[in-house]
Design a protein around this ligand. Structure first.
Ligand code: BG6
Length: 287
């Protein structure tokens, strides 16, 4: 079997499938959106909804949506798409290679186009670089190709597959301040590990810490660079019912730990300069 295959599904969606000596993975050209990563002999890392919609105008529900060039609502114009436009565009595959450790590197690129110019009037190159090894690394590199500076936010909005939201906890944010989007954006301080009993939508600020999701049979480490905010999200019962691309009880099986450039954690990029946002995801079995 070839290590890399490009496929076109019935929906018309194009994807690259990787199956190397470490793991298998699948990345759609739509959004440069990875929906599957599974080290051989281990559990799937990423959650993907059974009701995911494959249609050019909707982002895929699960995997790692790439939010860019802003996170959440646009700072001044809420008619612009939530979480930016990159997750809803067709990207170009620009490189596949193996590194010295024999991991597979896959790079997608997005540049300015008719739609982006209306939403974000700058010339840019955005590279999404995936390293498929025993761990998964995703790096999002923004390059300013314009002659004036621009400011960006964004996220690797990672949906992790878990055993049971009622039984997991997340370590790494003890004593960190967060804005609680479910409580009028009040500023609060995390005490101890995070557990889930209701809708959670929190932006943790001034944190570069590694988070560890303590699932039943494994710990998933999220190690990040170029980010000093982290978003934790689970839609819980009522919000799940309102999402047409998400089954009512799927909130039990997922948690988002998002490597973000959110709120004030945004970057002004001068012409010809770059910003890199990256995360390494490593799942370790407990046995
Ligand atoms: C999270 C936000 O990052 O994404 C939530 O904090 C939001 O407020 C969630 O509901 C999902 O957003 P979307 O646009 O993918 O449904």
């Amino acid at each position: 079997m070839k290590e890399i295959n490009i496929i076109i599904e019935k929906s018309g969606f194009k994807a690259i499938e990787i199956n190397n000596k470490f793991a298998s993975a699948k990345i759609y050209f739509h959004g440069a959106h990875i929906t599957h990563f599974q080290p051989h002999g281990e559990e799937e890392l990423l959650f993907l909804s059974k009701d995911v919609i494959f249609q050019g105008t909707t982002p895929l529900r699960g995997g790692i949506p790439i939010c860019w060039p802003w996170f959440g609502s646009h700072p001044t114009d809420n008619t612009k798409p939530f979480h930016g436009f990159a997750r809803n565009q067709e990207w170009e595959l620009v490189n596949t290679e193996n590194n010295a450790e024999e991991e597979t590197i896959v790079e997608f690129q997005l540049t300015e186009n008719e739609l982006s110019i209306n939403l974000f009037p700058y010339k840019f190159a955005l590279i999404a670089k995936f390293t498929i090894g025993k761990a998964l690394t995703v790096e999002l590199i923004t390059k300013n190709r314009d002659n004036k500076p621009f400011t960006i936010g964004g996220a690797l909005h990672t949906y992790f597959q878990i055993e049971d939201i009622n039984k997991i906890s997340i370590m790494g944010l003890d004593n960190v301040k967060y804005l609680d989007a479910t409580d009028d954006w009040k500023i609060k301080t995390q005490k101890g590990d995070i557990t889930f009993h209701k809708l959670v939508d929190s932006v943790y600020i001034d944190t570069t810490e590694t988070c560890i999701i303590k699932d039943l049979n494994r710990n998933i480490e999220v190690n990040k660079k170029g980010s000093s905010s982290t978003v934790i999200w689970n839609p819980w019962i009522e919000k799940s019912k309102g999402m047409k691309d998400f089954q009512n009880n799927e909130y039990l099986k997922m948690v988002c730990v998002e490597t973000t450039n959110a709120l004030n954690d945004i970057y002004e990029i001068k012409p010809n300069k770059t910003h890199s946002l990256s995360a390494k995801f490593n799942a370790k079995g407990l046995l």
